[in-house]
Design a protein around this ligand. Structure first.
Ligand SMILES: [Zn+2]
Length: 381
């Protein structure tokens, strides 16, 4: 069913996003989510109090342990700034890096410099490349927008696993809804069953060491071990540009240019694969965030969206580099990229079961049938 074109009157999210809704003033549901989060994390004295309380809780949870929190680091601004701020608040983080084989040198040196200068222990998990390469190619063959699910799941799993081993209760994520924007649910999906089923259908090798999160693992980490994900930057008036200046000065950080381009595969995914094949352009989310904060006008955002999302010269080089790294010919790689788009729901996942469970949990919460234990485990986005 074709829908009439509509664009939000406050940001630049539009009907290219499946499931977008508008209120009677023409403001989209992503702006509404932003406002809800703004109320939850206000940048005033109440917000400051909430942050102090959280820091105290994290410190208390780590008494007698080597660390009180875990922070996943990619080498980008958000994760390194989270490390820097955690240390500033007197937390004792363990930094964890998931090395998926695609790091740029700048990302690696950013992580090394920051952890050395801030005197933070670093654990680097190096993925089994033969397995991981095959899994990434499987996801390209599955032809869904979830080509980054293997990396996202790997990071997720290694963080949870390491936190569980070390008795750490808090995982600090570098997300900030203010600067990052609200990413539509329909733009990405991952779960443990999805990973294993896609690999079973398209893979050449069996996943033996890849850190996946099964439903059983998730229940253990979230409900039994009660490991919580907290978004430190949501409590702060976080500006990426200011953060970059601080990091360059204080921890020898270097800019890699472009959002999340600390990995060549991520660059390919965000600037070409997702926007061109699936019409999922992160710039729309980021410019929308800027429009809400008054850092960019809607008109500027709309006009920037008309520019190419990638540099054709860089893209050509990335195509060659990625094909070679995957042991594919350029033609084979291009054929895979050109497969018709599919959705995660075309494959076996936990989603149908989770949807049923969600209904039951929401009903039980409404009826006040659930103790705090379960409610604390349900993650807000
Ligand atoms: Zn909006």
């Amino acid at each position: 069913m074709s829908q009439e074109y509509k664009i939000c009157t406050r940001c630049i999210m539009d009907t290219s996003v499946p499931g977008i809704e508008f209120d009677d003033k023409g403001v989209c549901n992503f702006c509404a989510i932003h406002d809800t989060l703004e109320a939850e994390y206000p940048l005033n004295d109440n917000g400051k109090e909430d942050l102090e309380k959280l820091i105290d809780e994290i410190k208390a949870s780590g008494k007698g342990k080597d660390y009180d929190c875990i922070i996943g680091v990619s080498g980008g601004t958000d994760s390194i700034y989270s490390l820097y701020m955690a240390k500033k608040y007197g937390l004792r983080p363990l930094a964890v890096h998931f090395d998926n084989g695609w790091n740029t040198e700048i990302a690696v040196s950013n992580i090394e410099n920051a952890t050395n200068i801030l005197d933070i222990d670093l654990y680097t998990y190096v993925v089994n490349w033969e397995e991981f390469k095959d899994l990434q190619v499987s996801f390209l063959k599955a032809s869904t927008p979830d080509a980054e699910a293997p990396t996202d799941m790997g990071i997720h799993a290694v963080l949870y696993r390491t936190a569980a081993e070390e008795g750490i209760k808090y995982s600090i994520s570098g997300n900030s809804f203010r600067t990052e924007g609200v990413i539509p649910h329909s733009w990405g999906y991952k779960d443990g069953k999805y990973i294993s089923s896609v690999q079973k259908i398209f893979g050449k090798v069996k996943l033996e060491t890849f850190p996946n999160v099964s439903l059983f693992n998730a229940i253990n980490y979230i409900l039994l071990k009660r490991i919580k994900i907290v978004r430190l930057l949501n409590y702060l008036p976080y500006s990426k540009e200011e953060a970059k200046k601080v990091l360059i000065k204080e921890v020898g950080w270097k800019d890699y240019g472009g959002h999340h381009h600390e990995s060549i595969y991520t660059r390919f995914f965000q600037s070409y694969y997702a926007p061109v094949k699936f019409n999922m352009d992160r710039r729309r989310v980021n410019y929308s965030a800027k429009a809400r904060l008054g850092l960019m006008t809607r008109e500027e955002g709309i006009s920037h969206m008309k520019e190419l999302s990638y540099d054709p010269e860089i893209l050509e080089k990335d195509f060659e580099y990625i094909a070679k790294k995957f042991d594919l010919s350029l033609e084979e790689f291009k054929e895979i990229i050109a497969l018709p788009p599919k959705k995660f729901s075309d494959y076996p996942t936990y989603n149908p079961m989770l949807q049923k469970l969600k209904g039951i949990i929401e009903f039980a919460m409404k009826m006040n049938l659930l103790p705090g234990l379960f409610q604390g485990g349900i993650q807000k986005r």
